[in-house]
Design a protein around this ligand. Structure first.
Ligand SMILES: [Mg+2]
Length: 391
């Protein structure tokens, strides 16, 4: 049975254990049975509003026995992150519950003067004045941290605005990218697993492909979707594809059933797919031009991505001039590369982009070789034999 395959079970709450105020069928019995089998159970939620103790009380009132230490909320995990990074005064958009999680680790919230960080959680009474204040703090140099990126959540009368929608508003106006703590990003999972013994077999069970399943797979964990519907994605390597779909939690204990373990396809899950261009440029000695990138310190072909309204020819000529100072003419297209393993690039911010890269053979017509200092720290020609070794 599936329950035998794992030592540690991470459960999403809303839509898996309960829905609004109602406990979902089978969840109470499932948790009781897993505990009787000696399994570890954690509840991992993106909801930043309640404290761990409040959620613990709520679950206990549903006759699900749990301790606060087994509950990981995005609000609590955000407070832990801030404390570990020596951030002690913040401008917080938060409920009383999240504010008390911040204060419990010595963080002063709703700070009137300057602050080290803007922390975007959720409070349904948030208004434009507060959002504008958050943007002012970001403009003054505060860091931008969000509890979670969910755009909406289901309410009694339809979809409701969630933290992510407000975060997106602040991001668009301020131009600052937030660090997001909740699923599908790593910090919430790290917080949940910090007391788990190394080598433990861990599975995530959730009802959201975009947060629970994607987040678990980004961590290298197996992921089970609780759903009555099938799902499919065009790519068989899609991180959002669950390793198993169950329609009821009791299926964890069905004989002769198992989860096919997650196999990492060998690339980081990208945030976007973009068209890119790269250039192969030889000098008179048949040496090839490479540039050393500031963000990752690696040597590679001059390359970049298309700007809106640009042809690929214009894009590669511009990129080469910007990165190397050289003027070139394009001789011919020599390859199109889309394989995610070689064409997904990660950035220090944590973002990753999958490029569809068109490679051109180019010849130098003018200019003066010089690294641009902004993205490129060095430019040089290399023997092609050495280049084969590099790639
Ligand atoms: Mg859910």
């Amino acid at each position: 049975m599936i329950a035998d395959q794992y030592d540690v079970f991470l459960f999403d709450l809303d839509g898996v254990i309960y829905l609004d105020d109602a406990v979902l069928a089978g969840s109470r019995r499932c948790i009781r049975k897993l505990r009787a089998m000696g399994k570890s159970v954690y509840f991992v939620t993106n909801d930043p509003r309640p404290t761990r103790q409040e959620l613990c009380n709520r679950l206990n009132s549903m006759k699900i026995v749990v301790s606060p230490e087994e509950i990981i909320t995005s609000g609590w995990a955000t407070a832990q992150y801030l404390a570990k990074n020596n951030i002690s005064n913040v401008f917080a958009i938060a409920t009383a519950g999240f504010t008390s999680e911040l204060e419990a680790v010595g963080i002063k919230a709703n700070f009137d003067g300057s602050c080290q960080a803007v922390v975007a959680g959720y409070n349904e009474n948030t208004n434009f004045v507060q959002i504008q204040q958050a943007i002012r703090h970001l403009e003054a140099g505060a860091r931008f941290i969000a509890t979670n990126g969910d755009q909406s959540f289901p309410g009694r009368n339809g979809r409701c605005i969630a933290t992510g929608a407000m975060v997106e508003l602040i991001r668009k106006v301020s131009g600052k990218q937030p660090l997001i703590i909740g699923k599908p990003y790593s910090y919430l999972f790290s917080a949940a697993l910090q007391s788990v013994a190394p080598g433990s077999r861990i599975v995530m069970i959730g009802d959201s492909l975009e947060t629970d399943i994607l987040g678990a797979h980004r961590q290298g964990l197996d992921a089970i979707l609780l759903s009555k519907e099938k799902c499919c994605f065009p790519s068989k390597h899609d991180y959002r594809m669950p390793d198993r779909i169950i329609s009821h939690l009791w299926e964890l204990f069905k004989p002769n059933e198992e989860v096919k373990p997650w196999r990492n396809p060998g690339f980081v899950w990208p945030d976007a797919v973009k068209p890119g261009v790269a250039a192969v440029i030889f000098n008179g000695q048949r040496q090839v031009l490479l540039v050393k990138r500031k963000d990752n310190g690696l040597w590679g072909l001059p390359s970049g991505h298309l700007e809106i309204g640009e042809t690929v020819i214009d894009a590669i000529k511009r990129e080469i001039q910007e990165e190397t100072g050289l003027l070139v003419e394009v001789e011919k297209l020599i390859g199109v590369y889309s394989d995610p393993v070689s064409q997904v690039f990660s950035y220090p911010s944590g973002a990753a982009t999958h490029f569809i890269t068109l490679s051109f053979l180019c010849c130098i017509t003018g200019g003066c070789l010089k690294a641009d200092d902004h993205e490129i720290t060095d430019v040089a020609f290399f023997d092609t034999v050495i280049c084969r070794l590099i790639f």
